[in-house]
Write a protein that binds this ligand. Structure first.
Ligand code: ADP
Length: 493
């Protein structure tokens, strides 16, 4: 140690050491105020500088004795002057408070780590997604090859078609889920609150899975507590989506016994109800260690799950985000018996208003024969899509013309008398929005139906704003297409 009885510090240095300005400074005081973890290193640095007769330049932390969690980062430079005999004569030093720099540095470091892990997660997500999409796609393309070979019996063909259709639906489900997930993540998911007949919503949703449970020989029971209001205000689509996923999983992972869905309500605030839906099964259960990551996209409890039970691992990730958007949560609950229990809680508004009944009766699609006098223009840059839609419509007897971009569509529409235009949105040269706007600005009055591969809600709004009468999302269902045409050409039965 330095043999100085007292050190002379200016006010700023005292400040760096959390010392009152009238303190007498000794080496002891100096070491006392150092962060315990930095004392030894500092002592060594000072000794080293004395022995080797050179300055030191170090960073240490000082702590506030009143609250040791408060620290300052101090950069200290010091040196000793020696007399002719080599005895220490005088010690000089400077201190600089670099706490702010250090904090900024560590914030930067945290931000960098976060960004890096987000980027890794994104790459993993993309890799998984491409794998999940390739799997059904592989089945579709493979069975189409088999069909092309033209060696299959009729029975085999029927099976192949079924397989293709099933994988097509699976693919569509994945894409829908991914889109929903993207919407939730970017905060674009719109949650509505409308009056809902809650009992029937629950019953209908559970009913959808009753058949599957029956086939597996397991029970599926719904129990709604008296505390639950029969009407409330919420987003029925999103609630249904979450319940369908939780109950669907429960049925999927249960071989024996069955699934109980219990619904109850609590009243936290006036005008709001907390709905708690507990889905309890007697299935294979979930390893406690693996519970956390089930809510990350594409995560499954273990990799053999996919092989045995199928599934994409998107359901819970999406459900949890939807639950959050509904002001709620999904939790896995402890249970003593084998199986798994999920609790989905969300907040809903109280409602006295009866839900509006669907005014337009869905009925069977408009009679196909009634399209015989229609002339329809199909606008799409993809020849395959044009061929598909015209084939579907040819069955109805409608006469069909085609255009492959917006410019052609405008020309043809103005020089012909079409009953209706089916307008793809994204096209080269002139897109569907511009074409529709161009037609409307020339007082073109015939109905225009936008067909788009974008399923975002804003896209529908954009189509309508451009002057379209309706917006259908690809892949387009025949029923929806016929319905839209029938409605807009007043062929509705
Ligand atoms: P998917 O079911 O499509 O794989 P989910 O996100 O819905 O995707 O579920 C992720 C995983 O969580 C499942 O693969 C399964 O391992 C596990 N899991 C979900 N629900 C249950 C349940 N009721 N019982 C056992 N395991 C479950």
């Amino acid at each position: 140690d330095l043999p100085f009885a007292e050190l002379i510090w200016n006010d700023q240095v005292k400040n760096h050491f959390w010392l009152p300005l009238d303190t007498r400074i000794t080496m002891d005081v100096f070491y006392e105020r150092l962060h315990p973890d930095d004392r030894e290193a500092t002592r060594r640095a000072v000794e080293d500088s004395n022995q080797n007769k050179r300055h030191y330049d170090i960073v240490y932390r000082t702590t506030n004795p009143a609250d040791p969690s408060q620290i300052k980062f101090i950069r200290a430079v010091g040196w000793t002057d020696f007399d002719e005999k080599g005895e220490p004569k005088r010690f000089d030093g400077l201190t600089l408070d670099i706490t702010q720099d250090r904090l900024a540095q560590s914030e930067l470091q945290t931000a960098k780590t976060l960004a890096e892990s987000a980027s890794v997660a994104k790459s993993e997500f993309l890799a998984n997604m491409s794998h999940e999409i390739r799997t059904p796609l592989g089945a579709i393309l493979g069975f189409i090859d088999l069909l092309k070979a033209n060696e299959a019996t009729n029975e085999e063909k029927a099976l192949y078609f079924d397989t293709i259709a099933r994988n097509g639906s699976a693919l569509r489900q994945i894409v829908d889920d991914i889109l929903d997930l993207a919407k939730v993540e970017s905060g674009k998911l719109e949650i509505e609150e409308i009056p809902v007949a809650f009992y029937s919503t629950l019953q209908e949703t559970v009913q959808l899975l009753q058949e599957r449970a029956k086939q597996k020989g397991i029970y599926l029971l719904l129990n709604i507590d008296d505390s639950v209001p029969s009407q409330l205000r919420t987003d029925p689509t999103r609630v249904r989506q979450v319940v369908l996923n939780l109950v669907g999983n429960a049925v999927k992972f249960t071989v024996e016994g069955g699934v109980k869905v219990r619904v109850r309500a609590e009243n936290p605030d006036r005008g709001r109800v907390k709905i708690i839906i507990v889905v309890e099964d007697t299935g294979i259960g979930i390893d406690p260690e693996k519970r956390k990551r089930l809510f990350s996209p594409f995560a499954q409890a273990d990799n053999s799950t996919t092989r045995r039970y199928g599934g994409t691992g998107l359901g819970l990730a999406l459900s949890q985000r939807l639950a959050k958007a509904l002001g709620g949560t999904i939790e896995i609950q402890e249970q003593s018996s084998p199986g798994a229990t999920f609790a989905f809680a969300f907040e809903a508004g109280e409602s006295v208003e009866a839900p509006k009944l669907e005014t337009r009766k869905k009925g069977p699609p408009a009679s196909v024969a009634s399209f015989a006098d229609l002339r329809i223009l199909i606008v799409d840059d993809s020849p395959d899509n044009r061929a598909l839609v015209s084939r579907v419509l040819a069955k109805t007897g409608a006469s069909i013309e085609q255009a492959s971009n917006g410019r052609e569509a405008v020309e043809q529409a103005l020089s012909n008398d079409f009953s209706l235009i089916l307008m793809d949105v994204q096209m080269p040269e002139m897109d569907g929005y511009d074409a529709t706007r161009a037609l409307r600005s020339r007082h073109y009055m015939k109905p225009i139906v936008a067909l788009s591969a974008h399923a975002m809600k804003e896209d529908a709004a954009r189509s309508l704003a451009a002057g379209c009468d309706a917006h259908l999302t690809k892949p387009i269902s025949q029923t929806d297409l016929f319905d839209a045409i029938a409605k807009l050409t007043k062929r509705l039965t």
